[in-house]
Each structure stands twice: as C-alpha cells, then as structure tokens.
Design a protein around this ligand. Structure first.
Ligand code: HEC
Length: 173
C-alpha cells in the first residue's frame, strides 16, 4: 500500500507543470528594461523657464523629495503622490548630491547649487538651455558624469524638467 502511494506521488510530481509555481524571471528582459538609452541632446520646450510660484514650488518639491509617498508635505498643484496605476511617484532626490537653499541632510557628490542665479546665471556662466540639458541628460555635457539621468529615461517629463530648472535658477531665500 505504501509503495502504491509513493508511486502515485511520484507520478503526480512528474506530471505536474511546475513552471507556474516556480518564478523564473527573465534576466535579459530586466537588464534591457533597466539599461539606459544613449545620451540625448534635448531642447527646452516653449516657456520652459518660468518665475511662476506654482512652477518653482513643483521644482522645489521634486528637488527635495525622494518620492511622493514618504514626503512630509503634500505635493503642490500639478504633482501627485501616486501615479494613475497606483505606484508611488518618484521625485528627484537632488539633495542626495547637491546642497541648495533649505536643503536638509544633503550630499556633496555634485556642486553646491546655492545662490545659483547670482553665481551661475547673472555671471553669464550658464543659461537656461544648459541647466535644462544638465537635468534632462547630464551625459551630453559630461560623458563620465555621476549625476542621474532624468528625462531620457522617462523618470520625468519635459514639464517637470522645466520645473526643476526653473527652481534651480530662481532667486531663493
Ligand atoms: C548622484 C548624484 C547626483 C544627483 C542625484 C543629482 N546630481 Fe546634479 N550633478 C551631480 C554632479 C556630479 C554634477 C557635476 C557635473 C556633472 O558631472 O555633470 C552635477 C551637476 C548639476 C548641475 C550643473 C551645475 C553647474 O555646473 O552649473 C545642475 C543644475 C544639477 N546638477 C541639477 C540637479 C538636479 C535638479 C537634480 C535632481 C533631479 C540633480 N542634479 C541630481 C550629481 C548629482
């Protein structure tokens, strides 16, 4: 009797299609999805750089937060904590590498962006297009950059990159 049961179990295991229960992720597909596309030169959209408080507020929020879910403050008009598919919205977390006015616990891998308008813009060292390209895809200006890519990989859309550029370039307290 015991032998019969064992044989039955063995037969069942042989016949069972285990492909449904064993997870076998396709590593190649994952790597492809995560791989960055080639560096891409981009041009600012019309009216990109703005002094509008709503634009600057969005840029500031994206700059200082890692994602919408963990943010302490509610996102300003035009930004949401969650995406339509229910996933949390990733923010820029630019403070991980840059100091800027009001930054808390910032990193210093990237240059200090405090007083950017006076030091970089009014001095003529930079213009809006440079800042936009740097944020969109810094690899165009510096192939070996340590900065994150933000537009070419679809993390942000053009408007959000404009919000960030407007914030960086704005006069701040
Ligand atoms: C992982 C680190 C890192 C992160 C995150 C990062 N940056 Fe940078 N950033 C750098 C480095 C390094 C540079 C220096 C230039 C280069 O390598 O491209 C730089 C340069 C810049 C510059 C150009 C400054 C100049 O020379 O005029 C701007 C503007 C800028 N970053 C904005 C941002 C914004 C906005 C974000 C968030 C979306 C961000 N960075 C996120 C590392 C980072």
């Amino acid at each position: 009797m015991r032998k019969v049961i064992l044989l039955a179990i063995a037969a069942f295991l042989n016949a069972a299609d285990l492909s449904q229960v064993i997870e076998s992720p396709d590593a190649t597909a994952i790597l492809k999805k995560d791989a960055l596309s080639a560096a891409k030169a981009v041009t600012m959209i019309e009216g990109c750089i703005s002094n509008e408080p709503a634009v600057i507020a969005r840029g500031k929020y994206i700059f200082h937060n890692l994602n919408g879910k963990d943010a302490k403050e509610n996102p300003p008009e035009g930004l949401t904590r969650l995406l339509p598919d229910g996933k949390e919205k990733q923010m820029g977390n630019c403070v991980a590498c840059h100091n800027i006015e009001g930054a808390k616990g910032y990193g210093n891998i990237g240059p200090d962006l405090s007083n950017y308008k006076a030091l970089y813009m009014d001095s003529g060292a930079r213009n809006g297009q440079f800042v936009y390209q740097k944020i969109a895809d810094p690899r165009v200006d510096n192939a070996k950059t340590h900065m994150t890519v933000n537009l070419t990989n679809g993390l942000f859309n053009e408007r959000e990159v404009c919000d960030l550029a407007s914030y960086v370039m704005a006069t701040k307290k």
